[in-house]
Design a protein around this ligand. Structure first.
Ligand SMILES: [Zn+2]
Length: 94
């Protein structure tokens, strides 16, 4: 299947359960992008693209799906880094 979809990003503010952040949404399909995976700051907030950024395409139909993705994927990743750091620190102590 040819991949021909060109997203037309617009700024979209997510507000759910007291969480508020901005990301990109496609004007045509309404798909919401994960702000971490696509680096929303440079895609639709006119900020410069970072060097060596690991871009991934993650798009969601609903805000709920996006939140689940962020919780499972990004917060999990972050937690793992913290656990690794904690382990390293406790090894150094003993
Ligand atoms: Zn993501």
């Amino acid at each position: 299947m040819a991949y021909t979809w060109e997203p037309k990003w617009e700024l979209f503010t997510v507000e759910i359960d007291g969480i508020r952040f901005r990301t990109c949404r496609d004007r045509i399909t309404g798909l919401i992008a994960c702000p971490v995976c696509i680096h929303a700051a440079s895609r639709c907030m006119n900020e410069p693209s970072p060097l060596n950024y690991q871009y991934e395409n993650s798009f969601f139909y609903t805000v709920e799906d996006l939140i689940i993705h962020m919780k499972n994927y990004h917060i999990g990743e972050y937690r793992k880094k913290l656990e690794d750091l904690q382990m390293k620190l406790s090894e150094e102590e003993s």
